[in-house]
Design a protein around this ligand. Structure first.
Ligand code: NDP
Length: 466
């Protein structure tokens, strides 16, 4: 593995760069780990885009964002003094040649660009001499469907080998998602019961209080299904459901996630199951209030086209067709403008096969709750009741997870800058994730699943709660 010399950011004036990418670099620069710090310390941060920006303006932006990531002042100053901005259009080969000419060492090309621009940039790069070892960092969503994702993969494969391509999913760098690996595979307790014989269902929920926050340009054509379920939540599923990999490396770990994704399909293969709970549901928020903040209806937000019928809450039930998971529903859900939002994986265990006469089991089944945000684990177990030791109650074992010093984008950048793609999405998996959601997208477009409504600040449509 070789280390990167220049981080070229296409889309340097965008939201991702400012809010997540550069603060992530700041967290790497401030890391207590010498090796991590070194990855960032000698880097040239080369911003680029069509926007006019002076070198000093860019350096100020880099400084503010690195400070936000918690990096110490002297290290920030050193990095800022080397940062540069080169104006250019990422879809113009001549501009790309000019930009690459300003790089030193192995360049990382970070595509912080709207998805519609990425393919054009890759086409333009095909006409340019690329330096040896160049690394591609691709954001999600990767393509618009399985066909365009396959096409993009094929184009990229002509330019760089797969181990130099990082398809980012920062949920794979989330502390408890990775923590689950330790809990399952470095202990005796959980893995023996981690199967269809003992588990009733698995819920993977990522709701947020945030509403559109001015991102209609992207979100109104994506919606919750593509923005969250198609990428992040399926990646979380792949870790929850994986077989033990031989090692946590780019071959074994990614192979184990790929095996799960390849075996995953919509519950009973049908987005609309007549006479039963549908295996996909969608809804959109109407005007409401969260934490004293008034929110307009989604359709009244700036830049929203109501005829897109974009959902702000999506739910989909999938099955993993392996011996371990046969018959277990995995419920994936994510929504915006949700009050008291839950962000967690809930593993619900089956009722015991036998309870001795004279013991009264608790009302609720045992559960393991993996908090994605905030991070933590809770395990519900049957314990003696307060009054009568034979009438069992539910007790909860809880543990918090230390907040890691690297942000999720710090973790993403550590992988990219050290040339280790273990926590990035493999080419075939990026295509398969589209294959899983495509029947839902088609059914929704055809109007086969109603677009429900919920008040901003509520838990979702009332009919869903029932
Ligand atoms: P933005 O919409 O903010 O766009 C980023 C930059 O791309 C713009 O500042 C612009 O820079 C450039 N750009 C826009 N249109 C064009 C065009 N037609 N041709 C060339 N360049 C163009 O995107 P984000 O920063 O929000 O997102 C970037 C990527 O990251 C997307 O793939 C997104 O899905 C992903 N992502 C974003 C997250 C977020 O929270 N923002 C979270 C996770 C992933 P200029 O005008 O200077 O050329």
């Amino acid at each position: 593995m070789s280390e990167a010399g220049t981080l070229i950011i296409f889309g340097a004036s965008g939201d991702l760069t400012k809010r997540l990418l550069l603060p992530g670099l700041g967290s790497l620069l401030g890391s207590a780990d010498d090796a991590d710090r070194k990855l960032a310390a000698d880097l040239i941060v080369l911003g680029t885009g069509r926007s006019e920006k002076s070198r000093d303006e860019w350096r100020d932006e880099v400084r503010d964002a690195l400070d936000e990531g918690g990096a110490p002042g002297d290290a920030v100053s050193r990095l800022v003094d080397r940062a540069d901005y080169v104006r250019g259009d990422p879809s113009e080969p001549a501009d790309l040649t000019h930009i690459l000419g300003a790089a030193e060492g192995i360049p990382v090309l970070y595509f912080a660009l709207p998805p519609s621009v990425v393919e054009k940039a890759v086409d333009a790069l095909a006409e340019v001499d690329l330096p040896d070892g160049v690394i591609f960092a691709m954001e999600k969503p990767f393509g618009d469907d399985s066909e365009t994702a396959a096409k993009l993969n094929a184009k990229i494969a002509k330019l760089v080998p797969e181990h130099q391509v990082h398809r980012i999913d920062h949920f794979l760098g989330q502390p408890t998602v990775l923590g689950l690996l330790g809990m399952r595979f470095a202990g005796r307790l959980l893995d023996p019961v981690w199967n269809a014989e003992n588990i009733e269902s698995v819920e993977i929920v990522y709701d947020e209080e945030l509403a559109l926050e001015g991102r209609a340009g992207y979100y109104d054509t994506a919606g919750a299904l593509v923005d969250m379920l198609q990428s992040h939540l399926l990646q979380v599923l792949s870790v929850v459901a994986m077989e033990a990999p031989g090692s946590i490396d780019e071959v074994d770990f990614r192979g184990a996630t790929a095996q799960v994704i390849n075996a995953t399909r919509l519950w009973e293969g049908d987005p609309v199951l007549p006479g039963t709970d549908a295996s996909s549901r969608r809804a959109r928020y109407t005007a409401g209030e969260i934490d004293g903040r008034k929110l307009p209806s989604y359709v009244d937000e700036d830049g929203v086209d109501p005829s897109n019928e974009t959902e702000t809450l999506a739910e989909m039930v999938v099955q993993v067709d392996t011996r371990r998971w046969s018959g277990v529903p995995f419920i994936l859900r994510s929504g915006k403008a949700i009050g008291d939002a839950r962000r967690e994986v809930v593993v619900t265990f089956k009722r015991p096969n036998f309870v001795p006469r004279g013991l009264e089991a608790p009302h609720r089944p045992e559960r393991l709750v993996v908090g994605i945000h905030p991070s933590g684990f809770e395990l519900d177990l049957a314990v003696n009741g307060d009054q009568d030791p034979f009438r069992l109650d539910q007790g909860t074992l809880e543990t918090e997870v230390a907040t890691p010093e690297l942000t999720q984008y710090g973790e993403v950048l550590r992988g990219i800058l050290s040339g280790d793609p273990t926590l990035s999405v493999r080419a075939d998996v990026a295509e398969q994730c589209w294959r899983i959601v495509e029947p839902v997208i088609e059914a929704w477009k055809a109007g086969e699943v109603p677009l429900d409504e919920y008040t901003a600040g509520s838990h979702g449509p009332e009919s869903w709660t029932a």
